[in-house]
Design a protein around this ligand. Structure first.
Ligand SMILES: Nc1ncnc2c1ncn2[C@@H]1O[C@H](COP(=O)(O)OP(=O)(O)OP(=O)(O)O)[C@@H](O)[C@H]1O
Length: 255
């Protein structure tokens, strides 16, 4: 076990990860030598403007993307040096929720939530009733996605992620398709899930208030580079708005 002091366990460790893509004008680094550590049970944010590399970085953790260079470990295990069986096991411990919910429209809420259990065998999954009650939709099991509001669809997305009892939950812009009050409700569901299921949560978003309400720390990315890791504390500090990074600091530290 890797520790950073008493009671602090680094669950996720990224060391100088780079992802190079071919762009119109040649190769470019969507993620550029990023190193960061996320502690077990933390809610950690990744923020930055569109194209900053947030989603790419998030997707390294469950190996949906692989870095061109660098090292990613989860629980002390190199994510990109696993057998197929080990990789499946690794991915089974990670849930994901998406901006556009990714529900199958021809399947009922119950069928959507059960999908992960059809793909893999889990030791102690929750039941559809349990997760639906948790996200506040106890009566919607037989509805179809087209009969739900955006906020309800995201609750179903969260229920689908929770049914396997993941150790890590990756949230890619979980509230970006929702209005302000629905966003608050979804943030509350995620915070309750964090407490109830003892998970580590990573949240990618460009919404600073979501970060402020949920996270203890967040990484700021700009053009693939890690600019800062901010400890989010309600202290008042004078900041100016010279750059995007300055605005982030202002909202998160002073708001
Ligand atoms: N498969 C790909 N091939 C080429 N370029 C890609 C590919 N995937 C992502 N990119 C580019 O890499 C950069 C980072 O993308 P990424 O989706 O990680 O950013 P992001 O910060 O999550 O952005 P957004 O907030 O808009 O989703 C962008 O310029 C994007 O266009």
């Amino acid at each position: 076990m890797v520790t950073d002091g008493p009671g602090v366990f680094r669950l996720i460790n990224m060391n100088s990860v780079t992802k190079t893509y071919q762009g119109k004008n040649g190769p470019f680094n969507a993620v550029d030598k990023v190193s960061l550590k996320v502690e077990e049970n933390e809610i950690f944010g990744l923020i930055g403007e569109s194209g900053a590399g947030k989603s790419t970085l998030l997707r390294f953790i469950n190996a949906l993307e692989s870095p061109t260079e660098g090292y990613v470990s989860v629980d002390d295990t190199d994510v990109f040096n696993l057998s197929r069986k080990q990789l499946r096991q690794h991915q089974k411990g990670i849930g994901m929720i998406f901006q556009q919910f990714n529900l199958l429209n021809n399947k009922s809420v119950r069928e959507n939530i059960q999908l992960p259990l059809e793909l893999h065998k889990y030791e102690k999954p929750l039941t559809v009733e349990e997760v639906l009650a948790f996200v506040g939709l106890p009566d919607k099991a037989d509805n179809y996605p087209s009969q739900l509001s955006g906020g309800e669809k995201q609750r179903v997305g969260i229920a689908r992620a929770l049914i396997t009892r993941p150790k890590i939950l990756l949230c890619d812009e979980p509230t970006s398709a929702l209005d302000e009050s629905t966003t608050e409700e979804i943030v509350d569901v995620l915070k309750r899930a964090h407490e109830a299921f003892d998970m580590t949560i990573l949240v990618v978003t460009h919404e600073l208030n979501v970060i402020k309400r949920m996270c203890r720390r967040c990484a700021v990315l700009e053009k693939g580079r890690l600019i800062d890791i901010i400890d989010i504390a309600p202290k008042t500090r004078k900041q100016s708005y010279k750059s995007y990074h300055d605005r982030v600091l202002k909202v998160l530290k002073n708001g």
